[in-house]
Write a protein that binds this ligand. Structure first.
Ligand code: NDP
Ligand code: PYC
Length: 343
């Protein structure tokens, strides 16, 4: 991902200042207070951690989706307790994160009681990174796994047109004496957000990420976005994982498959209306209370064989840097955000 550029040309905000600005934008766009606070914290957290593909660059997309009437930013999610280890949430055509926030206490309670618990969210829009959905659970000593399907922009291995979304999967596990291990990745060769950033900033894509509208390999991000598509990562292997995410994110939850998302009646809509599954495991339930210690041992072993970066490390480093120096924004981007927040 391209870096943001020379720090001397950036404006710096604290996390609190950025979150407050983003909350104002959400409220101005028509979000309820609860939704505005939840999504502002999420998006500001992405920017703070250097997760640029889902940071402030997404704000115009949130606003235009809300304005198009495609997503209800004032929706109140509903929770249903359907089995000892199974919760369902209907996001009521709102964002997925408020539904997860509503379900989290009961989900944790179920995971601690049963050793495992599953949350199936449907009728939901997810437009962000997944790590914010799993990391807090690992900080509380639980293992968390989540998957979201999105909108048809990824060609399945051996296929001729897009059926899958960029379908991310994220995993978080507690680790003794260190931040949790958190891996969060699209199952397409690249996240669509990074393709959009490359198009906006005039970068080519690495070879092998996508195809144009005629199915020919391309390194032009605009050709991928304008009628082309991404490939899955790792060929048929990524395609198999993406297939699983369609099934768990949509068939299991009652949400839409990525290819069923039809926003053609809502010009400006950008937020995929699909589903999300989240599985929580209490590692202590297996009577082996050493899980977090074992996670530490594995991480240390990886370090001894030369692995200098584990998933999540870069974000945690950037988070610390943002806490010390502030969150740097390009002045023109900050001006655009202030304009979106209204008078
Ligand atoms: P990346 O390829 O940037 O990173 C994937 C994972 O690998 C991260 O955990 C990252 O850690 C880690 N990683 C990256 N490089 C290295 C390295 N050199 N060594 C060790 N670990 C490494 O992510 P993607 O571009 O695939 O996805 C970006 C985001 O987009 C994700 O947050 C995802 O949830 C989101 N997304 C959301 C969608 C949605 O529908 N809502 C759809 C698709 C993607 P680290 O985080 O520390 O860099
Ligand atoms: O970056 O692929 C992506 C994406 C899709 C929906 C939200 N983010």
């Amino acid at each position: 991902q391209p870096e943001r550029g020379d720090a001397r040309n950036l404006d710096f905000l604290s996390f609190g200042e950025l979150k407050a600005l983003l909350a104002r934008i959400f409220r101005h766009a028509g979000a309820s207070e609860a939704v505005a606070e939840c999504l502002a914290a999420n998006c500001a957290g992405c920017e703070r951690d250097g997760a640029r593909s889902h940071g402030v660059f997404r704000m115009p997309g949130y606003v235009s989706s809300i304005a198009s009437g495609w997503v209800d930013a004032a929706a109140s999610p509903r929770l249903e307790d359907v089995a000892p280890a199974f919760l369902r949430a209907d996001a009521m055509n709102g964002f997925a994160q408020p539904a997860l926030a509503l379900a989290a206490p009961a989900l944790i309670e179920k995971a601690r009681r049963n050793g495992i618990a599953l949350l199936a969210i449907r009728n939901s829009h997810h437009f962000s990174a997944l790590w914010p959905d799993v990391e807090p659970f690992a900080e509380a000593g639980l293992v968390a796994l989540t998957m979201v399907n999105s909108f048809a922009c990824t060609v399945p291995f051996d296929g001729t047109s897009a059926v899958f979304g960029t379908n991310p999967i994220a995993f978080a596990a507690p680790r003794d004496g260190a931040p949790p291990l958190v891996a969060d990745l699209a199952t397409s060769a690249m996240a669509n957000g990074d393709v959009q950033i490359a198009a906006r900033e005039g970068f080519s894509l690495p070879p092998g990420q996508g195809v144009d509208q005629d199915g020919r390999p391309t390194i032009d991000p605009k050709a991928v976005l304008d009628g082309g598509a991404l490939l899955t990562f790792g060929g048929y292997k990524g395609s198999a994982i993406s297939l699983m995410i369609e099934l768990l994110g949509a068939a299991l939850t009652g949400g839409k498959f990525s290819y069923e998302v039809d926003w053609s009646g809502h010009p400006g809509a950008q937020t995929p209306h699909t589903g999300q599954v989240l599985i929580l495991i209490d590692p202590d339930a297996g009577r082996d209370a050493a899980f977090a210690g074992r996670a530490r041992a594995l991480a240390e072993r990886l370090g001894r064989v030369g692995v200098s970066r584990l998933p999540g490390d870069r974000r945690f480093r950037q988070r610390a840097r943002s806490a010390a120096e502030g969150i740097g924004l390009v002045p023109a981007d900050l001006a655009r955000l202030r304009a979106l927040a209204g008078p």
